[in-house]
Design a protein. Sequence first.
Length: 151
Amino acid sequence: MIKIICVGKIKEKFYLEALEEYKKRISRYTKLEIIEVPDVDLDNPSLQMEREKESILKYISSRDYIITLAIEGTSMSSLLFADTIEKIFIHYPNIIFIIGGSVGVHDSIKKRSHLLLSFSKLTFPHQLFRIVLLEQIYRSYKIINHESYHK
Protein backbone atom coordinates (compact mmCIF):
# COMPACT_ATOMS: atom_id res chain seq x y z
CA MET A 1 0.00 0.00 0.00
CA ILE A 2 1.09 3.54 -0.69
CA LYS A 3 0.15 6.30 1.70
CA ILE A 4 0.72 9.96 1.02
CA ILE A 5 0.69 12.15 4.11
CA CYS A 6 0.22 15.81 3.19
CA VAL A 7 0.06 18.95 5.25
CA GLY A 8 -3.00 20.98 4.30
CA LYS A 9 -6.16 20.46 2.31
CA ILE A 10 -6.85 20.97 -1.35
CA LYS A 11 -9.87 23.12 -2.12
CA GLU A 12 -9.47 23.94 -5.81
CA LYS A 13 -11.74 21.85 -8.02
CA PHE A 14 -9.19 21.41 -10.84
CA TYR A 15 -6.60 19.99 -8.43
CA LEU A 16 -9.18 17.67 -6.88
CA GLU A 17 -10.23 16.39 -10.32
CA ALA A 18 -6.61 15.64 -11.26
CA LEU A 19 -6.05 13.87 -7.93
CA GLU A 20 -9.13 11.71 -8.41
CA GLU A 21 -8.03 10.75 -11.92
CA TYR A 22 -4.59 9.60 -10.77
CA LYS A 23 -6.03 7.83 -7.72
CA LYS A 24 -8.31 5.88 -10.08
CA ARG A 25 -5.41 4.99 -12.38
CA ILE A 26 -3.15 3.91 -9.52
CA SER A 27 -5.91 1.77 -7.97
CA ARG A 28 -5.37 -0.76 -10.79
CA TYR A 29 -1.95 -1.53 -9.29
CA THR A 30 -2.00 -0.90 -5.55
CA LYS A 31 -4.01 0.49 -2.68
CA LEU A 32 -3.54 4.20 -2.19
CA GLU A 33 -4.47 6.38 0.74
CA ILE A 34 -4.05 10.14 0.91
CA ILE A 35 -4.00 11.53 4.43
CA GLU A 36 -4.37 15.25 4.93
CA VAL A 37 -3.17 16.64 8.23
CA PRO A 38 -4.01 20.19 9.28
CA ASP A 39 -1.59 22.92 8.36
CA VAL A 40 -0.63 25.18 11.21
CA ASP A 41 -0.31 28.89 10.52
CA LEU A 42 2.08 30.38 13.06
CA ASP A 43 4.62 33.18 12.94
CA ASN A 44 7.19 30.78 14.37
CA PRO A 45 8.29 28.26 11.66
CA SER A 46 9.95 25.97 14.23
CA LEU A 47 6.79 25.70 16.29
CA GLN A 48 4.72 25.31 13.11
CA MET A 49 6.85 22.33 11.95
CA GLU A 50 6.73 20.83 15.45
CA ARG A 51 2.92 20.88 15.49
CA GLU A 52 2.67 19.50 11.95
CA LYS A 53 5.19 16.78 12.88
CA GLU A 54 2.93 15.56 15.69
CA SER A 55 0.04 15.17 13.24
CA ILE A 56 2.20 13.34 10.67
CA LEU A 57 3.74 10.86 13.11
CA LYS A 58 0.29 9.53 14.10
CA TYR A 59 0.09 7.80 10.71
CA ILE A 60 3.52 6.16 10.60
CA SER A 61 4.47 2.74 11.95
CA SER A 62 7.81 0.97 12.27
CA ARG A 63 6.80 -1.33 9.39
CA ASP A 64 6.55 1.56 6.91
CA TYR A 65 9.20 2.70 4.47
CA ILE A 66 9.25 6.48 4.73
CA ILE A 67 10.08 8.76 1.82
CA THR A 68 10.06 12.44 2.63
CA LEU A 69 9.93 14.93 -0.21
CA ALA A 70 12.67 17.46 0.40
CA ILE A 71 14.42 19.90 -1.89
CA GLU A 72 17.81 18.69 -0.57
CA GLY A 73 16.93 15.05 -1.22
CA THR A 74 18.18 12.65 -3.85
CA SER A 75 17.03 13.17 -7.42
CA MET A 76 16.27 10.21 -9.64
CA SER A 77 14.91 9.38 -13.05
CA SER A 78 11.45 7.89 -13.49
CA LEU A 79 13.07 4.52 -14.27
CA LEU A 80 15.09 4.57 -11.06
CA PHE A 81 12.04 5.73 -9.10
CA ALA A 82 10.05 2.76 -10.46
CA ASP A 83 12.88 0.37 -9.61
CA THR A 84 13.11 1.84 -6.11
CA ILE A 85 9.38 1.39 -5.48
CA GLU A 86 9.50 -2.18 -6.73
CA LYS A 87 12.46 -3.06 -4.48
CA ILE A 88 10.98 -1.39 -1.39
CA PHE A 89 7.87 -3.58 -1.59
CA ILE A 90 10.06 -6.69 -1.34
CA HIS A 91 10.82 -5.80 2.30
CA TYR A 92 8.06 -3.40 3.41
CA PRO A 93 4.26 -3.64 3.23
CA ASN A 94 3.77 0.13 2.95
CA ILE A 95 5.51 3.10 1.43
CA ILE A 96 4.74 6.42 3.07
CA PHE A 97 5.39 9.62 1.14
CA ILE A 98 5.44 12.79 3.23
CA ILE A 99 4.76 16.21 1.71
CA GLY A 100 5.35 18.99 4.21
CA GLY A 101 3.67 22.31 4.62
CA SER A 102 4.69 25.82 3.65
CA VAL A 103 7.74 25.90 5.96
CA GLY A 104 8.94 22.37 5.24
CA VAL A 105 9.22 19.16 7.23
CA HIS A 106 10.58 18.83 10.77
CA ASP A 107 14.17 17.54 10.93
CA SER A 108 13.16 14.59 13.12
CA ILE A 109 10.90 13.31 10.33
CA LYS A 110 13.71 13.72 7.81
CA LYS A 111 16.04 11.75 10.11
CA ARG A 112 13.45 9.01 10.54
CA SER A 113 12.97 8.75 6.78
CA HIS A 114 14.59 5.99 4.79
CA LEU A 115 14.91 8.30 1.78
CA LEU A 116 14.79 12.04 1.19
CA LEU A 117 13.57 12.52 -2.36
CA SER A 118 13.73 15.65 -4.48
CA PHE A 119 11.85 16.07 -7.73
CA SER A 120 13.53 19.41 -8.42
CA LYS A 121 15.43 22.27 -6.85
CA LEU A 122 12.34 24.35 -7.60
CA THR A 123 9.70 25.01 -4.97
CA PHE A 124 6.19 23.80 -5.81
CA PRO A 125 2.86 24.58 -4.17
CA HIS A 126 1.95 21.49 -2.14
CA GLN A 127 -1.40 21.16 -3.96
CA LEU A 128 0.32 20.89 -7.34
CA PHE A 129 3.07 18.69 -6.01
CA ARG A 130 0.59 16.04 -4.88
CA ILE A 131 -0.48 15.68 -8.50
CA VAL A 132 3.13 15.51 -9.69
CA LEU A 133 3.87 12.79 -7.12
CA LEU A 134 0.78 10.79 -8.07
CA GLU A 135 1.69 11.03 -11.74
CA GLN A 136 5.17 9.68 -11.02
CA ILE A 137 3.76 6.84 -8.92
CA TYR A 138 1.40 5.97 -11.77
CA ARG A 139 4.26 6.18 -14.28
CA SER A 140 6.30 3.87 -12.02
CA TYR A 141 3.61 1.20 -12.10
CA LYS A 142 3.38 1.47 -15.88
CA ILE A 143 7.16 0.96 -16.06
CA ILE A 144 7.15 -1.91 -13.54
CA ASN A 145 4.43 -3.67 -15.54
CA HIS A 146 6.12 -3.00 -18.92
CA GLU A 147 3.11 -1.01 -20.14
CA SER A 148 3.42 1.87 -22.54
CA TYR A 149 2.91 5.41 -21.27
CA HIS A 150 3.63 8.72 -22.94
CA LYS A 151 7.06 10.22 -22.44
